[in-house]
Design a protein around this ligand. Structure first.
Ligand code: 5AD
Length: 369
């Protein structure tokens, strides 16, 4: 096994942090034996903390209307080919009812960045979900908003918020986003969310255009300081109607790297850094490593230390319109109706679904008080 790598894995496992150069050494190392050891250490850490239980979150894609123009994203505002939709309160509640019946106790409302006048509607929806399903957690993933808006949603019953920082390098950030957006503002939003008391999630895409290993190390150092309760890591997958249509997945400072392998490595590193964190096996990972191969991307994520999956609860008729990247999986085990299939595929690798809300245990939320 590559010299010194075993020592780094042991150090990360015991001390929960490494120096920047040490993270880099682990990331660039292409020895399969090292990846397997890292994966095993992360898996054992997750098993010791959570047992073989995997949390499920019902994902409701409430709108693909977006005021932003992120270059990688299929629902960017200049993509005229996307047919836009927005679910109304009744439709969202109906998704929750279906989800509740299936066993979901967390609903994730995700959507493009809506105009500010939508605050009222979001607040209203949170209140309605909270009133009808007081035993459920509400997670929002609605992008950058004003602090007052985040506060209103929190008061209305949302307790978790997902906002990936995407990259912690300002230049890289500016290559992925239009000029009106800034890393500084994204990070400010994350601080605000945490300050309000949300369980906060952040994360990155792996293999996004122009990304370097150095950028990923910067992301790890940021996440190490920020200490999010949730960490979302998925591969970049090009979308045909975006400026990055022709970009393959890969890092600019390396020979073509195995993006699935690198995504899994990062999941393992974050699990070792944060034994308690909620880390999903993302849909993008399941899409890039589909379950025609066994184990599929979702299972590989779990075997690398992930402990959450987020099946799709959106109405079947709109799923194809929430297309962030090409060929996004939304049926089969990625669909909430496919829970039995998901259960079976998790069982094959020795895991099972739990309907626990699974609040991050490191702090008390309003709802658990
Ligand atoms: N490939 C992979 N992930 C993407 N996202 C957006 N576009 C893509 C893409 N082309 C991710 C972003 C965003 C999350 C909701 O989806 O990281 O934060």
């Amino acid at each position: 096994m590559a010299h010194g790598m075993e020592r780094l894995i042991t150090k990360l496992r015991n001390e929960r942090r490494l120096e920047a150069e040490e993270y880099r050494a682990l990331l660039v190392c292409d020895d399969g034996e090292v990846s397997r050891k890292l994966q095993k250490a992360a898996r054992e850490t997750a098993l010791a903390r959570f047992g073989n239980r995997i949390y499920i979150r019902g994902l409701i894609e409430i709108t693909n209307i977006c005021r932003n123009d992120c270059l990688y994203c299929g629902i960017r505002k200049s993509n005229r080919k996307t047919e836009r939709y927005a679910l109304d309160k009744a439709e969202i509640l109906e998704c929750c009812r279906t989800g509740y019946g299936l066993g979901f106790r967390t609903f994730v409302l995700q959507g493009g960045e809506m105009p500010e006048h939508s605050d009222r509607m979001i607040e209203d929806v949170c209140k309605a979900i909270h009133a009808e399903f007081p035993d459920c957690a509400i997670t929002l993933s609605l992008g950058e908003r004003r602090a007052e808006s985040y506060e209103r949603f929190f008061k209305a019953g949302a307790t978790r918020y997902l906002l990936r920082h995407e990259t912690h390098n300002p230049e890289h950030y500016s290559l992925l986003h239009p000029a009106e957006m800034s890393l500084e503002h994204r990070l400010q939003c994350l601080d605000t969310l945490k300050g309000i008391g949300y369980q906060t999630g952040t994360g990155i895409m792996v293999g996004s255009p122009f990304q370097t290993f150095g950028n990923i190390v910067e992301d790890i150092m940021y996440i190490s300081d920020f200490r999010p309760e949730m960490i979302g890591i998925g591969p970049f997958i090009p979308h045909k109607d975006t400026p990055f249509a022709g970009y393959g997945t890969g890092l600019v400072d390396s020979l073509p790297v195995d993006i699935i392998g690198l995504t899994l490595k990062l999941i393992s590193i974050f699990r070792l850094m944060f034994p308690d964190a909620l880390i999903p096996a993302t849909t993008a990972l399941a899409t890039l490593a589909p379950d025609t191969a066994l184990p599929g991307g979702r299972e590989l994520g779990i075997l690398s230390g992930a402990n959450v999956v987020m099946p799709n609860l959106s109405p079947a008729g709109v799923r194809h319109r929430y297309s962030l990247y090409d060929n996004k999986a939304s049926t089969g085990a990625e669909a909430a109706e496919g829970l039995a299939k998901l259960e079976a595929s998790l069982k094959r690798i020795g895991y099972r679904i739990t309907i626990d809300r699974g609040d991050f245990s490191g702090r008390l939320t309003r709802q658990s008080l």
